[in-house]
Design a protein around this ligand. Sequence first.
Ligand SMILES: O=c1[nH]c(=O)c2[nH]c(=O)[nH]c2[nH]1
Length: 299
Amino acid sequence: MSEPAIVLGPNQYGKAEVRVVKVTRDAARHGIDDLNVTSQLRGDFAAAHLAGDNAHVVATDTQKNTIFAFARDGIGSPEAFLLRLADHFTGSFDWVSGGRWEAERFAWQRIRVGDGEHDHAFVRSGQEVRTAVVVADGADRHVIAGLKELTVLKTTESGFEGYPKDRYTTLPETHDRILATDVAARWRYGRHDVDYDAVYAGVRALLLEAFAEGYSAGLQATLFDMGRRVLERHPEIAEIRFSMPNKHHFVVDLSPFGLDNPNEVFFAADRPYGLIEAAVQRDGVGSPAVAWEGIGGFC
Ligand SMILES: O=c1[nH]c(=O)c2[nH]c(=O)[nH]c2[nH]1
């Protein structure tokens, strides 16, 4: 029996992590957009791989330059910027049938001076990084927005009880513990007539509100509550996925020092950590695999 032939499988290529900063300076009060953009093209690139024929290979350098050139007109929301890139590359080259464009956006806030805000001096704001992915597949456009590194902590109103105990279980039950995590979430839009910046702000607020409010019976329950609130309030969002580490805070035994410790002094362990991941979906609404392809881990 002969060995199967060796053939080219799925492929994409482009420029990764183009750091583009756009200053808007048509008035004394400047604005700033700070992004990390990755562009990857899909289509007929077989000859490049199989024969070294680069006739179809839009250089990664050209893709990088296109990102800078498009920034000259203003960036706007990361989702809108990525959609422009997708339409440009698929519209300009017949053999580019799709691709994947991804962005991280770093937020800056005006520095407060006296009781005003400075016109052109900024401090990195917040901690979370906004994320966006656009996948073009022929005429289809999939838009996934998100955030990562949104670090939150509550000092009470969290517990973990009722779990199975076996011979390896040592964890004591508690109904009063610290709950801390770095929220990473991505949500897929089911429609595209969306004010991406406004929805981002709304989702971020709902995630924080869900984390803060009420008693958490576990990070899993908190995760689902976050997702449920987002889907209830945002019909334009089809589904949302989360990846959240449970950043354990262990009560330190101070009895060797003759001290009590009524949930006041903790050891903040950095590893290992629990890792809680889930999708929150609308029943009966499918989740297109092509939209999520290339997203590392769960979200
Ligand atoms: O919120 C939690 N979920 C778990 O699955 C888990 N497992 C664990 O040891 N502690 C916790 N906490």
